[in-house]
Design a protein around this ligand. Sequence first.
Ligand SMILES: Nc1ncnc2c1ncn2[C@@H]1O[C@H](COP(=O)(O)OP(=O)(O)O)[C@@H](O)[C@H]1O
Ligand SMILES: [Mg+2]
Length: 214
Amino acid sequence: MRRVAFVTQKGGSGKSTLAVCLAVAAREAGERVFLIDLDPLQSLSGWARTRETNDIPVVATPASKLEKVLDELAARGVTLVVIDSPGGDGAAFDAAIKAAQFCLIPARPNAFDLAAGERTLKKLKQLQRDYAFVLNQCPTSRQNARVEEGVATLEALGVLMTPLIASRVDYQEAARRGLGVTEVNPNGAAAEEIRALWASVRKRLGRKARKLAA
Ligand SMILES: Nc1ncnc2c1ncn2[C@@H]1O[C@H](COP(=O)(O)OP(=O)(O)O)[C@@H](O)[C@H]1O
Ligand SMILES: [Mg+2]
């Protein structure tokens, strides 16, 4: 069972939005997916209540029970868990990083989000976890100086996941309606971005798994 976590100390950078959209895209690609909600605000649990099907169950759990929950899911044949965490650097932040084999750090292309990402990065390095940044809510118009700067900063910091995720209404619609962007508008640009993001994540997980097995 592969474990991906969305983490960053900065709130509002898109952890929950990207977690549900990535989970739906992975489900469509044939994974057996569970979402884990470590956030006391329970955005994912709200999303699941709005969703009409239970094809992607959401488990809300405190950090202290995370490992036990993951063991149970692994025993049930789940192939992928996507963990959503609250902002800040409390117990849930630590637990998400410890539990995941790969951490995604969403950051908007601005100095505040990027600085928060840098602090998160320190923790990830300390715990020796594989990680990458996802640049989220980028302007949809052609790449501007702010985005270029964000890309350059993240590349300098280490890892930047492709593709860049633009700011699009489909993401807000998906969150509101208990869907993924690939369900809101399967042929839209957001759907294309998220399928490409899943392809990148899957590749990354595969590479690590092979490395560990070798
Ligand atoms: N790519 C995107 N395009 C448009 N809106 C987005 C995008 N990503 C996130 N949002 C919006 O930004 C806000 C914060 O996102 P959210 O996923 O709740 O962040 P976090 O979980 O990190 O606090 C929400 O209102 C969400 O709809
Ligand atoms: Mg959230």
